[in-house]
Ligand binder design. Structure first.
Ligand code: NDP
Length: 460
């Protein structure tokens, strides 16, 4: 058993002053970037005990350096729609930290994308990637492009224009993007095709989430959702619970949600609700996953169509209401800040036992506090949803070997990685005086490896 270490109060105060001082500078140097501030705040607060015990990190200015991206690229993405009209979107790529490996992180296409969102995602990605135990640095990118309602040809032309610029900045050993909101297999295919045409060589490892016929990995599509459920199951079992027989609510109905639902069902849970950005469906007997897949993956339609196939289910406009459905386990898998203080209080009042964050930063700082104060088991995103990037790194490994593992091999490596992340997070939380707090544990476990690599490599 690990000993809980009591840290000296004076050292804690010095460390806290250092962390707050750096945080204030970040606020003033990055005005208006509320999502980035939120991600920095959560991580910085967790790291106080680390700086208290190891002043060497403060002396080397690790915090000031880690919160400043190595590079932030923005670019024009012009494209022509099916009617011949010209549109211009803004493309982004943040190359945040490459101390332990090439930049790695997804691309998001959504109208809300801006510098703040890309930087919060990129900053979180540094520690998440470190937690996987694989040699990948942190990056993220995307565009303020709305794929909804666009034809396949419009999506293709947008992806080609986006990649024409992005190709100058990425490569299998420098920066390896993947999918995120609005970027799935179809988009990765178009992006890869354009990259290949520009480079003139077959650099399969430049993107992950590729199709199985051209360098993709089995189980990558399922990885984030499955990984979240593997992590949560480990956490539940550690506390004498399990998915089996539990009632589960999953927000979203995209890539992460669908495969979180699939694995939860396989483990014997009853999943009663899921959503999209318009509203949510509820079926007390359990939703039918094949119908959700048909609507979202094949038809690219709205979740409201579900009741055409299952009239016994209910559809409600407005996705926020999903958190008022009583459940044992809530898996937010849609987007950032989808669980606020009010939603967290409702979940607690309704007796929720565990939260597993499949999306990135889906709970506000206030919501996290409510869960922790009420002893709700809480799996934070950077640990719980690390399965996607972990299998992306396995895809890179297979591309380098020019060899592919079976679904079972990849899935079993994924399961091991998630269990390992859970254990490492529990251990770090205990070692730094916050037993049971996986937010703190995941941040510390992810941070130390990157900080040590930065120390070893000098002030760069
Ligand atoms: P998808 O685009 O496949 O699905 C997103 C889902 O969330 C859709 O149902 C979408 O509804 C809904 N959604 C998106 N934005 C909002 C919003 N502002 N309000 C309400 N609902 C919304 O994305 P993914 O499943 O890939 O990603 C979901 C989350 O998981 C994101 O936070 C992402 O960063 C995170 N993640 C994804 C990984 C991956 O491997 N894909 C890896 C790690 C984290 P609609 O269709 O109506 O837009």
């Amino acid at each position: 058993m690990n000993m809980v270490t009591v840290l000296n109060q004076e050292d804690m105060q010095t460390a806290s002053d250092y962390v707050n001082n750096v945080y204030e500078k970040i606020l003033s140097r990055n005005p208006g970037e509320s999502e980035f501030h939120q991600a920095v705040k959560e991580i910085f607060d967790s790291l106080v005990p680390v700086f208290a015990r190891h002043p060497k990190y403060a002396e080397a200015g690790i915090l000031e350096r880690i919160a400043e991206p190595e590079r932030m690229i923005t670019f024009r993405v012009p494209w022509v729609d099916d009617l011949g009209k010209v549109h211009v979107n803004r493309g982004f790529r943040v190359q945040f930290n490459s101390a332990i490996g090439p930049y790695k992180g997804g691309l998001r296409f959504h109208p809300s994308v801006n510098t703040s969102i890309i930087k919060f995602l990129g900053f979180e990605q540094i520690l998440k990637n470190s937690l996987t135990g694989q040699p990948i640095g942190g990056g993220k990118g995307g565009a303020d492009f709305d794929p909804k309602g666009k034809s396949d040809h419009e999506i293709m032309r947008f992806c080609q224009s986006f990649m024409t610029e992005l190709a100058k900045h990425i490569g299998p050993d420098t920066d390896v993007p993947a999918g995120d909101i609005g970027v799935g297999g179809r988009e990765i295919g178009y992006l890869f095709g354009q990259y290949r045409k520009i480079r003139g060589g077959y650099e399969a490892g430049v993107l992950t989430g590729k199709g199985l016929g051209y360098g993709g990995s089995l189980a990558r599509t399922e990885a984030t959702g499955y990984g979240t459920v593997y992590f949560v199951e480990e956490m539940l079992q550690d506390h004498g619970h399990t998915f089996h027989g539990s009632t589960v609510v999953v927000s979203g109905s995209g890539n992460v949600s669908i495969y979180a639902i699939e694995k939860a069902l396989e483990l014997g849970a009853r999943v009663v609700a899921c959503s999209d950005s318009n509203g949510y469906i509820y079926d007390e007997n359990g939703i039918n996953l094949e119908t959700v897949k048909l609507i979202k993956e094949v038809q690219r339609a709205r979740i409201s169509d579900y009741i055409n196939y299952h009239p016994e289910a209910q559809y409600t406009e407005g996705w926020q209401g999903i958190w008022s459905i009583p459940c044992d386990i809530a898996l937010p898998c849609a987007t950032q800040n989808e669980i606020d203080e009010a939603a967290a209080n409702t979940l607690v009042l309704n007796g929720v036992k565990a939260i597993g964050e499949g999306a990135n930063m889906p709970s506000t700082l206030e919501a996290i506090k409510i869960f922790l104060n009420n002893k709700v088991m809480f799996a934070p995103a950077k640990a719980g949803n690390a399965g996607g990037v972990a299998v992306s790194a396995l895809e890179m490994a297979q591309n380098s070997m020019r060899y592919g593992w079976t679904f079972e091999e990849v899935d079993s490596k994924l399961n091991n990685i998630m269990v390992n992340i859970y254990r490492e997070s529990v251990k770090a939380a205990e070692e730094y005086g916050n037993p049971g707090n996986l937010v703190v544990g995941a941040n510390i476990a992810g941070f130390i490896k990157v900080a040590d690599a930065m120390l070893a490599q000098g002030i760069i």
